[in-house]
Design a protein around this ligand. Sequence first.
Ligand code: SAM
Ligand code: MD0
Ligand code: SF4
Length: 370
Amino acid sequence: MAKTIFSFKLEDVLKKAYDRRCLSKEETIFLLSLEEEEETNQLFHVARSLRQRYFGDKIFLYGFIYFSTYCRNQCAFCIYRAPNKLCQRHRKTENEIMEIARRLAESGVHLIDLTMGEDPLYYLQDNGFKSLVELIGRVKAETGLPVMVSPGVVPKQVLVALADIDIDWYACYQETHNRQLFRCLRPNQSYDSRLEEKYLARELGLLVEEGILAGVGESRIDVAASMQAMRDLGAHQMRVMSFIPQRGSPMSGWPSPPRIYEMIIIAVLRLLFPDRLIPASLDIDGVEGLQERLKAGANVVTSLIPAHMGLAGVAQASLDIDGGYRSVKGVLPLLEGVGLRAATVEDYGHWIHREKDELVKQEICNGIQK
Ligand code: SAM
Ligand code: MD0
Ligand code: SF4
């Protein structure tokens, strides 16, 4: 199919990416439209070679703590949208969060991702975020690990406070960079505020993760536009997650897309951003889906969740959690099975520090230019 629309030769486009020359929008769409198994295998092969060039055989591992699943929003795709009565919600106490963080750190993860719904508790109370910022600081201090926060869109002063205590990452996914589709997916939310928050985080010296959903009504052109938006933002980590239908949500009847589509997007992300971090999330197909994502060029395992702590995932609230499979121990053999291994905490720390230094340099240059 790709061949009938485009006049590119796959080998030429792949060679161009391998040589680190920028791919055009048309070339990106061409790659996203590949259908033949032989062709997608060539794409994955180049994606893996590029990962090898920048990261060797080392994979980073992220622990995930979804500490509150209460949310004021009504995202059409999400099980935790405010009006949904068909989901189990939890709000972890500070002690519980610290205990979970300690367990994750002991298990060997390289980062702790603290995630929440836009919990009204924080928005409605005066100074509601103050204790949260302190808690996040404690998680970083006591585990000694880098910390990512995924709190949704928070007041600007909260981001400033997080930057002040040297939190490492701000993750916030636009889902799509097609404004019309965004309005359907995230009704009554501001496209611009969500995007601007990521620009602000970067200016404040935080590393930034951007992300898209696959299979929510977007076109290949939209996906290519999202990739350009990730470049414009200067994202340090970029993800794609296949949509999983959720009971009690308006999109409960939507199909989940064929997985090959997500794998192709992962591989194209690797070609466009060879030295950036690209997750293989356990939150879509559990541990069973890990190796195919790694074979497509991902280099971070995300959504490692300790068992029996009353925790949940996002797209897969319970899959593989209480069986203990979403753990460092559970994924190590799977990494080995595809010729990869876990990085060390030090490897990850070096990557983070280099990128943060780079951000500071860029901000100094921007300041001088202004
Ligand atoms: N509440 C915060 C927010 O929305 O930014 C933090 C939660 S965020 C980590 C949840 C992300 O998981 C969404 O941005 C979306 O990309 C993904 N997600 C949510 N529901 C999903 C679903 N049904 N299928 C696949 N991914 C989903
Ligand atoms: C994941 N469930 O990594 C997590 C979540 C939030 N920063 C990450 C979507 O798949
Ligand atoms: Fe809330 Fe985030 Fe779910 Fe949207 S995706 S409903 S903001 S938890």
